[in-house]
Design a protein around this ligand. Structure first.
Ligand SMILES: N[C@@H](CCC(=O)N[C@@H](CS)C(=O)NCC(=O)O)C(=O)O
Length: 294
């Protein structure tokens, strides 16, 4: 594991598959997605745009420089942000989770695609939202509490917290699958009926190939765990056939992979977090002062 900060700077241009996708979406559209290549909150929204097949323009910005056009769509100057160009003055939305719900609503009403179970199954939708709630409250804060502190004891605490949060996420996936697919579907004879019940439950369910809301919510941190946490903290992903299968399916899903840059981009961009450089970001400030994430 590296012991000295080599002063690498965060990147401001995508690489690999994400660069190809950014170039493909560089022309003006009704919606502009303000993004930054290294940002996990952006990646979740970007993968959702792809999966839901909603037209957008990808626009790379540096959120630490707080450009005026970003502040106009996102009051704290955080990415992601959306600008709706068909309104005068343009309308805007920020906060990745709000944006996810919004574009999912739009897709459900325009092209029938969705990251959630059908509206006719409110309980299944609620179980998926429980997974998402847990991701926001526990998985993501633990990731940063593992990566940022420099004191080895604090890092160990962060690691334990992160592993426990992943275990709880697995339990929530299992509960959803059991209650919605296995128990509800126990009387279902045909594969078609089982498949209909599994719709919108995401990649945890064995034959599901469509991304679900929890997949896009947590995917960027699972992906970064295999690169950034591994390199800077020697982290190994939890063992377990189902978890490994799910994580691989997620990282390699075409709509997720196409929004991913090459590993070097993440290693460079996260060095400032791994060595807790001063003035790194609002996320780092929150972790260092024990406040909630921005
Ligand atoms: N709660 C926000 C968090 C977004 C966020 O923290 N984005 C980071 C980049 S990964 C950012 O824009 N940081 C700028 C700063 O810290 O000033 C969301 O979910 O959209």
């Amino acid at each position: 594991m590296p012991t000295t900060d080599t002063g690498k700077l965060y990147r401001n241009e995508c690489t690999g598959p994400a660069l190809e996708l950014a170039n493909k979406h560089s022309k003006p559209e009704d919606i502009t997605l303000f993004g930054s290549c290294f940002c996990p909150f952006v990646q979740r929204v970007w993968a959702a745009f792809e999966h839901l097949q909603i037209p957008y323009q990808y626009y790379e910005v540096d959120p630490y420089k707080k450009p005026k056009d970003l502040l106009e769509v996102s009051p704290k100057g955080l990415v992601p942000g959306l600008r709706f160009n068909n309104f005068n003055p343009p309308r805007a939305l920020n906060e990745s989770t709000v944006i996810l719900e919004y574009i999912n609503d739009v897709a459900e009403q325009t092209n029938g695609r969705s990251l959630l179970p059908p509206v006719t199954n409110p309980y299944a939708r609620a179980l998926v939202r429980l997974q998402c709630d847990h991701i926001s409250r526990s998985v993501i804060p633990a990731f940063f509490r593992y990566l940022i502190p420099q004191d080895p004891e604090k890092q160990l605490e962060g690691k334990k917290e992160y592993l426990a949060a992943l275990d709880t996420l697995i339990a929530l996936f299992e509960r959803t699958e059991k209650e919605i697919v296995r128990e509800t579907g126990s009387a279902a004879t045909g594969e078609g009926e089982k498949k209909a019940l599994a719709k919108g439950l995401g990649l945890w369910v064995e034959d599901n190939e469509d991304l679900g809301m929890a997949d896009v919510m947590v995917g960027p941190w699972i992906f970064r765990s295999t690169i950034v946490l591994k390199y800077y903290r020697g982290f190994e992903m939890p063992v377990g056939e189902r978890f490994t299968q799910w994580a691989n399916k997620l990282i390699n899903h075409p709509d997720f992979k196409s929004t991913s840059s090459t590993e070097d981009l993440y290693l460079d961009s996260y060095e400032r977090y791994a060595f807790n450089r001063p003035n790194t970001s609002q996320v780092a400030d929150a972790v260092n002062t024990g406040r909630g994430l921005p």
